[in-house]
Design a protein around this ligand. Structure first.
Ligand SMILES: Cc1ncc(C[n+]2csc(CCOP(=O)(O)OP(=O)(O)O)c2C)c(N)n1
Ligand SMILES: [Mg+2]
Length: 351
């Protein structure tokens, strides 16, 4: 099926379609979105290298998903909340978190956990879909407190099969919580393809069951994601409840650095999808508009690279974390098995 035949909303033209402009986004705003995309891409590229150098642990690659992440953040105000999944680990960069903090998360270092209230970005959730009820609760709570802030939550196609997704979506709809549910349908949940995940024709159809409106967009088009997210944000802020957005992408990188997708993904499909890379698509659009030229694009890349160099240096300068922290903060009175484990740890470390 051609890209146009998929019938997804788009701002950036493909296959001969004309480009559009998003109302209210001037050249400066368009360039800010470009900086965000390049920062995310650079974070991701460098993280794959740092992993292969043994400087960070197993890493969930998000190449090709930057448009979904940046599209959401640029549709929100700073007072609004973002609830990321592990796939969106670097989204806090767009809210001013230092690269070193996020790198430390992937290094398993205690300084990798930021205070969510500092930047209105929740902690990364690894249990699939668990961030959806968190976000629904936060959004509902904001409303109860009389705030006009809203929340946006990111999750994958696989997450829509989880109980937590259904519970969160239903609660948000019933309570008219100001929430944007943004599903990054990259068509894979590790090695499970979409057709083995759901019998629904479109993930956006699931919204009908909760009584919430749905939008379906091309997730390679940052402005299409932003436009849809803005619509959801406006509805949420007006007190009209949640919106479900399905952003259709493709996972053109391994699930994580520990994965070998050659066992289950057709490499020709991956090649074809990489041709529609979201950063390149946006740079071509800005170039057609006369907003971006090569010099500016390379300045933005250099700036992002410098951020990453400084980030890894700061992360590696940090003294190693205290392994005893693994035992802290979970129980007021630790069960005896944990107490024994802690004793064992101390013995091994000669403490
Ligand atoms: C509750 C739970 N079950 C299983 C896993 C193992 N797991 C990690 S990632 C993943 C796939 C999730 O796919 P999707 O929601 O599409 O997100 P994507 O990884 O494609 O971004 C699974 C099953 C988990 N982390 N949590
Ligand atoms: Mg997926």
């Amino acid at each position: 099926m051609s890209i146009v035949e998929q019938g997804l909303s788009r701002v950036i033209g493909v296959e001969g379609e004309p480009d559009r402009r998003v109302e209210g986004l001037d050249d400066e705003a368009l360039l800010a979105i470009h900086r965000s995309l390049v920062l995310l891409r650079t974070y991701d590229d460098r993280s794959v290298v740092y992993h292969s150098q043994g400087r960070i642990g197993t890493y969930a690659i998000f190449r090709g998903h930057e448009a979904v992440q940046a599209g959401l953040v640029h549709a929100l105000e700073d007072r609004d909340w973002v609830f990321p999944s592990y796939r969106d680990s670097a989204i806090g960069l767009l809210r001013g978190l230092p690269a070193s903090t996020i790198l430390q998360w992937w290094r398993g270092h205690p300084t990798g956990w930021w205070n969510p209230a500092d930047v209105n970005v929740a902690s990364l959730c690894v249990p699939i879909a668990s961030q959806v009820p968190h976000a629904a609760g936060m959004a509902w709570g904001l409303r109860l407190k009389g705030s006009d802030a809203v929340a946006g939550v990111l999750f994958g196609d696989g997450a829509t099969s989880e109980g937590a997704f259904h519970e969160g979506a239903n609660l948000a709809a019933v309570m008219r919580a100001p929430l944007v549910l943004l599903c990054n349908n990259n068509q894979w949940a590790i090695s499970t393809p979409l057709e083995a995940q759901t019998a629904a024709e479109r993930l956006s159809d699931k919204a009908i069951g909760y009584g919430m409106p749905a939008l379906r967009v091309d997730g390679h088009d940052v402005l299409a994601v932003l436009e849809a997210a803005r619509e959801g944000v406006a509805r949420a802020r007006a007190g009209d409840g949640p919106t479900f957005i399905e952003a259709v992408t493709y996972r053109s990188a391994p699930h994580a650095t520990a994965d070998d997708p050659s066992l289950y993904i057709d490499p020709a499909r991956v090649e074809a999808e990489r041709e529609r890379d979201c950063v390149a698509v946006y740079e071509a659009y800005l170039t057609r508009l006369g907003v971006l030229d090569d010099r500016r694009a390379s300045e933005v890349r250099d700036e992002a690279l410098a951020t990453m160099r400084e980030g890894i240096r700061a992360a590696e300068d940090e003294p190693a974390g205290d392994p005893e922290l693994l035992f802290a903060h979970a129980y007021a009175d630790p069960p005896s098995a944990l107490a024994r484990d802690l004793e064992e740890l101390r013995r091994v470390h000669g403490r």
